[in-house]
Design a protein around this ligand. Structure first.
Ligand SMILES: [Zn+2]
Length: 91
């Protein structure tokens, strides 16, 4: 009967320890996931979304396609001045 009591106490102790450990692991995992979710949206805004780059047909400058100025025959330019210069040079 004495051994049964010791066994019961030991079993309860192990059960409590394991339960505690499981909760700690769950908390750590939740913390890790929260940290990952906080970092994920911050990264793209800090770096910026990738943009297509084009080359100015007049001076060769590389610039984002959204900033480029379209010229005749599918050529793109970095500025209106270079577009006009290229058109004037062509004739
Ligand atoms: Zn240019």
């Amino acid at each position: 009967m004495k051994y049964l009591l010791v066994l019961a106490v030991l079993w309860i102790a192990i059960w409590l320890w394991r339960k505690n450990r499981r909760e700690e692991m769950r908390d750590a995992q939740r913390e890790r996931m929260a940290k990952a979710q906080q970092q994920r949206p911050a990264a793209p805004t800090a770096v910026g979304a990738p943009q297509a780059m084009v080359r100015c047909a007049h001076c060769g400058l590389h610039l984002p396609a959204s900033d480029a100025i379209a010229g005749p025959d599918d050529a793109v330019y970095c500025s209106t001045a270079h577009r006009q210069a290229a058109v004037a040079a062509r004739g």
